[in-house]
Design a protein around this ligand. Structure first.
Ligand SMILES: [Zn+2]
Length: 436
């Protein structure tokens, strides 16, 4: 298929460019500029016998492959020098035909959206798209992704009007003072400070169980055997299914929470740290970090306040009513009575209330105002300038709204990105997974 060939060619160009850069580095030669690199691995390479096949596809995705490599190196060096925060980024590596996720990007020169709803890709032709939503404006680029199941997705980057978006997702005046603390736990996916307990839906838990079983089957298969190859395909399919279902569930939940409250506080679990303990398996399965990221970027997008609470705060040990520290409790203790005030607590709801109080206290301190936590709906940030519910969105520590690029999804919409600009994803085709 024509599209498959583009994926192959983009990968070859990426790998050639990577090999060239590494060779130059090892030989002590000066770094190749992006345009030199592009000339070597695209323009000149096409003229050689070994790389003549590159001429069969459009040049645009090949150029983007070189740019992607440059971007990957940029991130890598920024991470090395400490300019880039967060976990260390690995050095760019060679791409393989066997990678689970493959992607090619087309810019304005390489694609057109046709009036009949199809996507025209240069040197490939018209592609049918199952749109997940209507694009609010003409996208500058499209990324076509092939997942482990062999399904293709098109992601568009779209610039939209943030003011119009906020209008589509206003704060309910009745709930303008609502703030939510969230406890992410093992007995429930999430527990909210208002007492709501949210579990992952049954179909998702069943899919996760099936995935675990298939992974165990795979581990027992002999290396290099045909049965192993079949099992690999099945695991990849089950994995993609779980990932999709989980993302849908998390999108719906995070949108609902953000819609209903004006500030959200979550305990910073530092999943990377927990991942080394014996809870690791369930932590990764629960996919909390992805969920918390969604809350964070949706809060920024919709003008809500979001904060992570220090994970060393013992949220399950402190009484949320009187503040007495009751001491550590094993996970099996689901309910307890406070020795200080006699309040009866549900372990998880109490934790969520403590997250809420800690978040409110942090936020007030960050704004330089002393107010008792838990009682103040909206702290005053800059004395005398902004008051009332809207001022909280202007609090110095509130995440800034993304730069002019916001898209508001309908409840349960699929999205693929953290932060801006927003990406709208449409399914191209979904060929059935081969099951023998
Ligand atoms: Zn108490």
């Amino acid at each position: 298929m024509a599209l498959a060939r583009v994926f192959g060619c983009a990968r070859v160009v990426y790998n050639d460019a990577l090999a060239l850069r590494r060779h130059a580095f090892e030989a002590g030669l000066p770094r190749l500029s992006a345009s030199q690199l592009q000339r070597e691995v695209v323009t000149l390479a096409k003229l050689t016998v070994r790389r003549a096949f590159l001429a069969e596809v459009g040049v645009d995705p090949l150029i983007q492959a070189v740019r992607d490599l440059e971007g990957a190196y940029g991130n890598y060096f920024a991470s090395l020098s400490g300019k880039r925060k967060g976990p260390k980024i690995a050095e760019p590596r060679f791409k393989s035909r066997k990678d689970n996720r493959q992607a090619v990007r087309f810019t304005r020169n390489g694609f057109r959206l046709r009036g009949n709803g199809t996507l025209y890709l240069a040197k490939i032709g018209e592609v049918r798209v199952r749109w997940s939503r209507i694009l609010p404006s003409e996208p500058p680029s499209v990324t076509v992704v092939k997942d482990a199941r062999g399904r293709y997705f098109a992601s568009f980057v779209v610039e939209t009007d943030p003011a119009a978006d906020l209008g589509r997702f206003p704060l309910d005046p009745d709930r303008a003072y609502t703030e939510t603390g969230i406890d992410l736990g093992l007995t429930h996916f999430a527990v909210l400070s208002d007492g709501k307990k949210i579990d992952a839906p049954g179909f998702l838990r069943r899919a996760e169980r099936k995935l675990r079983r298939l992974q165990q089957d795979l581990a027992r298969k002999q290396k290099g055997s045909n049965n192993r190859k079949k099992a690999v395909v099945e695991v990849a399919a089950a994995h993609a299914h779980v990932a999709d279902s989980r993302r849908d569930f998390q999108h719906k939940l995070s949108t609902t929470i953000i819609r209903e409250t004006q500030a959200v506080y979550v305990e910073d679990l530092s999943v990377a740290g927990l991942g080394r303990t014996r809870l690791a398996k369930s932590v990764h399965d629960a996919g909390w970090s992805g969920f918390v990221d969604m809350l964070e970027y949706k809060a920024a997008r919709y003008g809500r306040y979001f904060a992570r609470i220090d994970r060393f705060t013992p949220t399950s040990q402190v009484c949320s009513a009187c503040g007495v520290k009751d001491g550590p409790k094993p996970l099996s203790v689901r309910q307890w009575t406070c020795a200080g005030c006699g309040a009866r607590h549900d372990r998880d709801v109490n934790a969520a209330r403590n997250v809420l109080a800690a978040g409110q206290a942090d936020r007030v301190n960050a704004c330089g105002d002393q107010v008792r936590p838990g009682l103040v709906p909206a702290p005053v940030c800059e004395a005398g300038t902004h008051r009332g519910d809207l001022s909280s969105a202007q609090c110095a520590s509130a995440p800034a709204a993304p730069n002019g690029a916001v898209g508001i999804p309908a409840l349960g919409d699929r999205e693929d990105v953290k932060g801006s600009p927003s990406v709208h994803r449409g399914t191209l085709w979904s060929p059935p997974v081969s099951r023998r």
